[in-house]
Design a protein around this ligand. Structure first.
Ligand SMILES: [Zn+2]
Length: 328
């Protein structure tokens, strides 16, 4: 519980003036679902989950919703090649590059991808100031420096980590990637870089079928279930935070869920709530601020995906409220 174990989350640093004022009891959550990406009928990506999630959390008085600015070329090119950013922006991607991303190219795709990355930059800045903040999108961990894939155009977490590092706000970061799919793009981007510790707990036999090397990969069998999954999460998060980092990114994918069409991990909804508790407890105990991003979720019933993401956001709000009240 906040205030009863470990140092408080609230850490005061200088931060960009553009951040909005916020009630000290609230957690800031950034959303960009209004930047709609047009998809063909029967496309398998559940785009509506973002709007449903925002509507689900909007009535909670602890959560303040904000629209992020779009990530600029300057932001994006700290991670991505200028040539890739230019080709995404202008519609100059080759047909096989578009197929690899899995979304048809449109101006809306560009804007949506920039806003999503912008949301994670904002969430990271705010988390470092307040202890915790959320992007209701993001977690596009399959994006590489010069290519997108698996519904990911830009790697929002990498862009945000580099943004805060370049501003001198943080030194070392950890990426706690608990989506069911390996964070291959993130692993490749930060390979050989000691300033960002990459953890990925994922299905060993699931997409992506060619894995990259994270600092710590924990690959699990299909059908692993709650106990195996949570044990891996506990061990992985402890090791990732153990070296001492200034900021953690929690990639809270909903797709380890037993009702997910793509996940195959057989983790219950309660198990995913326990995952959230493990992450937030570990961050609190280490005194590490945490920026939360949503990543994947492909449940048979989209409302299950929304419920899992909402549970994460509500838990973040509860932690933020408790932390604020213990610091009054
Ligand atoms: Zn995933």
């Amino acid at each position: 519980m906040p205030g009863t174990a470990g140092p408080p989350l609230r850490i005061r640093v200088s931060c960009p003036a553009a951040l909005p004022d916020v009630d000290s009891r609230a957690v800031l959550a950034w959303y960009c679902d209004q930047f709609v990406l047009p998809l063909p009928d029967h496309h398998r990506f559940p785009m509506e989950k973002y709007r449903l999630l925002r509507e689900r959390v909007a009535s909670d008085g602890r959560i303040q919703l904000e629209i992020p600015e779009a990530a600029t070329n300057h932001d994006l090119t700290r991670v991505h090649s200028a040539e890739y950013v230019a080709r995404v922006t202008s519609g100059g991607l080759a047909r096989d590059e578009i197929r690899r991303i899995g979304f048809p190219w449109s101006l809306e795709l560009v804007e949506r991808s920039r806003r999503s990355a912008g949301g994670t930059i904002h969430a990271a800045e705010r988390a470092h100031r307040d202890g915790i903040s959320v992007n209701l999108a993001g977690g596009t961990h399959h994006a590489f420096a010069d290519a997108g894939e698996g519904f990911c155009v830009f790697n929002d977490v990498a862009v945000a980590a580099r943004s805060l590092q370049s501003q001198g706000i943080v030194g070392r970061c950890a990426v706690l990637d608990l989506d069911v799919h390996q964070g291959n793009g993130t692993a490749a981007i930060f390979q050989g870089d000691d300033s960002v510790f990459t953890l990925s707990v994922h299905g060993a036999f699931n997409y992506p079928f060619r894995k990259e090397a994270s600092d710590l990969d924990i690959g699990l069998d299909d059908g692993a279930g709650d106990d195996v999954f949570l044990s891996a999460v506990r061990d992985g998060v402890a090791r990732a935070l153990g070296a001492g980092v200034d900021l953690a990114f929690y990639i809270a994918g909903a797709d380890p869920f037993e009702g997910d069409r793509l996940g195959r991990m057989s983790v219950s909804m309660n198990g995913l709530r326990e995952r959230d508790h493990i992450v937030f407890d570990a961050c609190e105990q280490a005194g590490t601020p945490v920026a939360v991003v949503m990543s994947g979720g492909y449940a048979e019933d989209v409302h299950d995906t929304v419920e899992i993401h909402a549970n994460t956001v509500f838990e973040a709000a509860r932690r933020a409220s408790s932390s604020a009240s213990t610091n009054l």
